[in-house]
Design a protein around this ligand. Sequence first.
Ligand code: MD6
Ligand code: FE
Length: 218
Amino acid sequence: MMQTELDLFDPGAPLQPQWVAAQAVVLPGFALPQVEALLPELRKVVAAAPFRHMLTPGGQKMVVGLTNCGELGWVSDHRGYRYSPFDPLSNQPWPALPEVLLDLAGRAAALAGFAGFRPDACLVNCYRPGNRLSLHQDRDEQDFSQPIVSVSLGLPAVFLLGGQVRNAPTQRIGLRHGDVLVWGGEDRLRFHGVLPLKPGAHPLLGNLRINLTLRKAG
Ligand code: MD6
Ligand code: FE
């Protein structure tokens, strides 16, 4: 499989970490060297635990396709949001978190100032053109002192980073294939979301955006 090349001679290529808040940083292209190893692992995860559209507690079908790997997986149904060691579709444990992803997350977190990050959960979100993720906080994890590492693959998206309350102003952050966003500390509970995905064709992933968020949930 071809690996996407980072053009080191493009003066516009933002290779340096971009701090978007005191404890939130975008690492442009950080995952690119691992993409070739990561995609086959992700295909195995999705073969064992397919993308599905979970129901919100209010009974709405989520538009973004979702699955998990790791000891714990995030699930939503009429009973609410929670982490579960079992895939409700199969009643089996979620597929293991691929080593390449554990390693990537640990290195990204360390660069952002969170040494020793050892995730036990990885949410895998699959967006198609038009899909969006409305503003939310990630607060189903046990320990908010642990950061979240987010890996973007495929089509680019505009990520909205808000504040500590829903109606605070948001900044728009472009996330492209291979970009990694790490946030934690005082920024851990910021509201955030994703604008509707623009149509496009990514050389490796076609008309999809895959986002992986690695967490220490338990
Ligand atoms: C996404 N990400 O980028 C959705 N949450 O598709 C998230 O909801 C998210 O990227 C917490 C931390 C980083 C994230
Ligand atoms: Fe989130």
